[in-house]
Design a protein around this ligand. Structure first.
Ligand SMILES: Cc1ncc(COP(=O)(O)O)c(C=O)c1O
Length: 370
């Protein structure tokens, strides 16, 4: 179920109804090309994270530029990708519960679908589900490389679980999942490098333990927009999972170093609906149009305006200069603080180029949290 799009193909961008999630197609395509170019000529595979965009249309554009497939975080997200034509999906997460495992195993009959584990009982349950559906699931052991989220500890614990995976008839041990999520937004580039160096050392320790156990490690996958160059240069990672690079957001723009080569390509277009006082204006986009977990949106090209707070349907702007030209009816492009949860609030991407609406893409996995 989706709502009607807030625009029509071909209409001037000035007529898009608001609030709307707008993609600057030129900037977005440059971001896709930059990532593809930065990995070209290496043996690294790009498997971008679809938790960012939640759209098989975007996933297929990434595949067209050389990505091997996409990552997902949820079974329902993976279903949306496969149903939309993406042929290779890695669920970079632990999937628990009989209903979800059945959906995952059934999906693996239609496409290459891998999954991660960090628990022996979960390995047995996955094996049973895979055999019930007559598939052999690729399974990666998730290693805790410093994020302290999911994942077994590096070294022997990783090898022990990998041995168990390799012994199940319905499963195939397919490598290590090693994502250091807490390093991605460390602003200082050297501090970020230090955090990823520690992660790389934990991966090496795990690959060595696997090798002692006689288990070849065909893939080490991880990395995000903030750190991917470090993992790419490590010699141990084989696959890059960056997601946000396609759109960027206000928070990622504060991260120093190489992520800054990517451009802000995603905006919440909003209309000023009130200018009742000298120093305040209000737009028609609030908490239901953008997330605030990583801070308020930034108004594109308007340093004289600050989004001060948001309620459900209102965004309150402080005029840093009371003489700032802001009138009721003005349209503002807000750069969201955090792209992923903002996208999950919308049903449609409105793609614009040269001042016109060129594309309307449904956000097929919007709300796919199961
Ligand atoms: C497992 C995993 N891989 C990759 C990413 C992509 O990170 P980013 O959007 O920072 O590029 C994420 C994001 O949270 C993630 O959870």
């Amino acid at each position: 179920m989706t709502t009607r799009p807030p625009a029509d193909i071909g209409m001037p961008a000035a007529e898009i109804d608001t609030p709307a999630l707008v993609v600057d197609l030129d900037a977005y395509e440059r971001n896709l090309d930059r990532m593809a170019a930065s990995l070209a000529g290496t043996r690294l595979r790009l498997r971008p994270h679809a938790k960012t965009h939640k759209s098989p249309v975007v996933g297929l554009q990434q595949v067209a530029r050389g990505a091997v497939g996409v990552c997902c975080q949820k079974v329902s997200e993976a279903e949306a990708m496969v149903n939309g034509g993406v042929r290779n999906v890695l669920v970079t997460n632990e999937i628990v519960g009989p209903r979800k495992l059945a959906r995952l195993a059934s999906l693996a009959r239609q496409a290459e679908v891998g999954v991660c584990v960090d628990d022996p009982q979960n390995v047995r349950d996955l094996d049973a589900a895979a055999r019930a559906f007559g598939v052999r699931l690729p399974v990666l052991v998730e290693v805790n490389v410093g994020a302290n989220r999911c994942g077994v500890e590096p070294g022997e614990p990783a090898a022990t679980l990998a041995r168990q995976v390799a012994a199940q008839p319905g499963l195939r041990f397919a490598g290590l999942q090693a994502y250091q999520g807490r390093a991605q937004h460390i602003q200082d580039v050297e501090k970020r490098r230090e955090a990823i160096d520690l992660a790389i050392a934990k991966v090496r320790e795990s690959v060595d333990a696997l090798s002692r156990a006689g288990l070849p490690c065909e893939a080490v996958t991880g990395a995000g927009t903030g750190s991917y160059r470090f993992e790419a240069a490590s010699g141990v990672y084989t696959e890059i999972q960056a997601g946000s690079y396609i759109f960027m957001d206000a928070d990622y723009k504060k991260v120093e170093g190489f992520p800054s080569e990517f451009e802000n390509a995603l905006f919440v277009l909003a209309t000023v609906m009130s200018r009742a006082t000298r120093d305040r204006a209000v737009v028609d986009a609030g908490l239901k149009a953008f997330s605030v977990d990583s801070g308020m949106p930034v108004v594109q090209g308007r340093p004289d305006l600050e989004v001060q707070r948001a309620s459900d349907e209102h965004g309150v702007l402080l005029l840093r200069d009371p003489a700032a030209p802001v009138r009721v009816g003005d349209r503002l492009f807000l750069i969201p603080g955090h792209c992923d949860p903002t996208i999950n609030l919308h049903d449609w991407y409105v793609g614009i180029r040269g001042g016109r609406v060129e594309a309307l893409w449904p956000i097929a996995a919007r709300g796919a949290v199961v």
